[in-house]
Write a protein that binds this ligand. Sequence first.
Ligand SMILES: O=P(O)(O)OC[C@H]1O[C@H](OP(=O)(O)OP(=O)(O)O)[C@H](O)[C@@H]1O
Ligand SMILES: O=c1[nH]c(=O)c2nc[nH]c2[nH]1
Ligand SMILES: [Mg+2]
Length: 168
Amino acid sequence: MNEAQQKAFPVSWDQFHRDARALTWRLSGHGDWKAIVCVTRGGLVPAAIVARELGIRLIETVCVASYHNYADQGELKVIKKVAQDVVDLAEGEGSAILVIDDLVDTGKTARLVREMLPKAHYATLYAKPLGRPLVDTFITEVSQDTWIYFPWDMGLAFQPPIVQGTAG
Ligand SMILES: O=P(O)(O)OC[C@H]1O[C@H](OP(=O)(O)OP(=O)(O)O)[C@H](O)[C@@H]1O
Ligand SMILES: O=c1[nH]c(=O)c2nc[nH]c2[nH]1
Ligand SMILES: [Mg+2]
């Protein structure tokens, strides 16, 4: 999150599950995927739900990190690439592969993963305008100045009233 991202879009577990199922509905007519590649770590949770719904049991990871301590995006680091046997699954370059991530923001992560799997279908739950052109299927778009808060990053906490000074 940076200073330009003033709006908050908190997502509960229920909402996340609902959105992951909605994503699966959209994906279900699209292709005959042999494997899911999830972009860690955010893609792990939606990938588990989508894999369950689509009946896909071959799950690979591509491990990319860029945001640290909710600060500005740093340099992208590929910690682990996609295994070659997964890339080679069907017609090469990943045409039988469904890539899942939680969101696309600037699109830098998606661009990097797409270079590894040019023919894969790229799906996320949430998309911001800069990254949207890099995603084939997504569920909800939020504005670029919004930070999405995922359920695994949150806990129950007191919320100050919208109009200050009225708390009991
Ligand atoms: O479109 P971009 O601007 O590249 O940002 C999107 C990526 O940023 C987040 O991952 P992050 O690198 O923070 O790692 P994480 O999934 O382990 O939290 C998110 O899960 C996406 O993978
Ligand atoms: O939790 C997150 N929320 C976001 O909006 C975001 N954008 C990039 N990376 C992100 N991580
Ligand atoms: Mg991520």
